[in-house]
Every structure is written in C-alpha cells, then in structure tokens.
Design a protein around this ligand. Structure first.
Ligand code: NAP
Length: 282
C-alpha cells in the first residue's frame, strides 16, 4: 500500500514513518523543507516537497497513492488564523484533492480535545463534540471533522478519524512539556495519553482494516495518568496545595477506547506510561 503522509517531519510523523516502512507500507512524505526530509529518505520514504496551502503541490504528491494519512497540523505557538487555515481549511482541500485524484482512503489525526467538557464518564465517539470556539486548535479540528464527514457523505471517501490522546514516548519532550499545564492542576486531575508506538498501531489498523462507512476512533492507553504521577514522572516535587485543590470535572479529556478495541482489535503495547517507563521508552 502506498500512502501519502503529511506532517511527516513532525513529532508524530518522524516516529511513525519508520514503523510504517518496517511493516511494509510504501510511504510518500509531503515535506516543506527537503533538508529536513533526509532522515526519512534514509529510512526508505519517498518525499515530495510541498505545502498544505499549495493545492498544486498537494495534488501532485497524490499521484498513484492508495491512501492519505493526514498528520499535518499547526498548534504549537501559532495564531488562531493559522490554526484555522492549516487544521481546517487545508484539511478540507486535501480531502477534496484526494477525491479528485481517486484516492480511496483518508485517515485524519484529530484530537480528544474535540469533546470539550466532560460528561461524568469517558467520552465516546458518538458524543456531541463540544470544544469551545474560543479554543482555536480543537475547534478547527472539530470543523475539519464535520467537513470531512460531509465530503464522505457526498463522495463516498473512505474516512477514518483518529482522535488521539496526549502523545508521548520515544524521546518526545511532550511528557516534560505537560508540566506547563500540570503544574497548576489539582493532584487528582488525569491526563489521558498514548505512546507513539500505539499511535502507529492505531494508524496501521485504520489504514488496513475494512470498517464500512466513515468512523471516528478514540486512541488512548488504559490508564490516564494523574497530575501527582506527572510530577513524579518528571522528577519534580508536587507542592502540597495541589492536593487541596478541588477538581470541577474529573472526566475532561478522558475517553473510552471500546470502539477501536472492538472494531480494529487495538490493544495498547504500552497500556500505562509506567509500562513504557520501565521499558526505557517513556
Ligand atoms: N502530539 C500530540 O500529543 C497530539 C495529540 C492529539 C492529536 N495530535 C495530532 O497528531 C498530528 C501530528 O501531531 P504532531 O505532534 O506530530 O505535530 P507537529 O510536531 O507540530 O507536526 C506538525 C506537522 O505538520 C506540518 N505542517 C504544518 N504546517 C504545514 C504546511 N503549511 N504545509 C505542510 N506541512 C505543514 C509540520 O511541518 P514542519 O515539520 O515543516 O514544521 C509538521 O511536520 C496532528 O494532526 C495533531 O493534531 C497530536
């Protein structure tokens, strides 16, 4: 299977592509800067230089591929306009190009932040998406999800949406960066996470499985980590006042993985961050 991968040089893409190649996927990477693609080329990926905002380069990159894996996104330190442009507008253009070029399958990495505030239980895929419009990244992903569903309904594009939890592992500094927020959280607030190896597992299953109509899947591990554990994992002492803080919504960001387990057979290689830590890859 030949797959066009956007966002190939990002944190997820650069860790995912070697795993895809090792599992027999022919990867064509869309990259903005060819010098940053040399590591991917050494691992066996083809690459095309282009930009998600440039429809011509995107369409050229799609020649002969069977699926698009759209990881490309803008959410670290970008303006709300850029977040909307890349995460929503360019996602829709990419899917339209896929339809125009006869590409059958489109896998889109969204985020569990699209669910918005909790519901007194883990979020399931059929829940209404309540990300507030003021949160530019999740609201742009939410709009993109809706637009992709419309395209699916009009054209039959085989659509799979992966709502990823907080991704960590394999030397990604993300777990460390989580302290930016977690430092001010109550001790018992939990963060749902997923290891890069399990993002690969979910993507691979989504690329290869036949699931009928469009589907969204939550992608997360089995044991959301508490703020108290995040302090410990990052070698920091948790101030006592964190234990006294009250948490309004203990379910925010927590998702059920029942659908991806039952439909795609997903079983996390790293069910908890502690498993990854003791294996030396967390
Ligand atoms: N990391 C997480 O915890 C997490 C959680 C939930 C969902 N996700 C989703 O997973 C996907 C990958 O996330 P990530 O952490 O790998 O993000 P990332 O490190 O910020 O990577 C984003 C990628 O998108 C590319 N990109 C941005 N603007 C582009 C443009 N105009 N044209 C072409 N490429 C462009 C970037 O290219 P350059 O390399 O050239 O900058 C980069 O390769 C995203 O869709 C994200 O929403 C991630």
């Amino acid at each position: 299977m030949t797959v066009l991968v956007t966002g190939a040089t990002g944190r997820v893409g650069s860790r995912l592509i070697p795993r895809l190649i090792a599992n027999g996927v022919v990867v064509r990477a869309l990259v903005r800067d060819s010098t940053r693609a040399s590591a991917l080329a050494e691992q066996g990926a083809e690459f095309v230089v282009g930009d998600l905002r440039d429809q011509e380069s995107v369409e050229t990159a799609m020649d002969g591929v069977e699926a698009v894996l759209h990881l490309g996104a803008a959410f670290r330190g970008v303006s709300p306009e850029e977040a909307e442009r890349i995460n929503n507008v360019s996602t829709v253009s990419l899917a339209e190009a896929a339809v125009a070029r006869g590409v059958r399958r489109f896998v889109f990495t969204s985020t569990n932040l699209v669910y918005g505030p909790g519901r007194g239980r883990p979020a399931v895929e059929s829940d209404e998406l309540l990300a507030p419009a003021s949160a530019s990244y999740p609201s742009a992903k939410l709009k993109a999800e809706r637009a992709l569903q419309d395209i699916h309904e009009k054209t039959g594009l085989d659509l799979r949406i992966l709502r990823l939890a907080f991704v960590y592992g394999d030397g990604d500094p993300h777990l460390r960066e989580a302290m930016r927020w977690a430092r001010n959280w109550p001790a018992h607030k939990r963060l749902h996470m997923v290891h890069h190896a399990d993002v690969f597992q979910a993507v691979f299953l989504a690329l290869r499985s036949e699931v009928g109509s469009w589907r969204a899947f939550n992608v997360a591990d089995d044991a959301p980590v508490t703020t108290a554990e995040l302090f410990e994992l990052n070698g920091e002492h948790m101030p006592e006042e964190r234990s006294l803080q009250v948490l309004d919504d203990p379910w925010e960001g927590i998702v059920s993985t029942r659908t991806i387990r039952s439909m795609l057979g997903f079983r996390p290689f790293y069910p908890t961050v502690w498993t990854a830590r003791s294996s030396g890859c967390g």
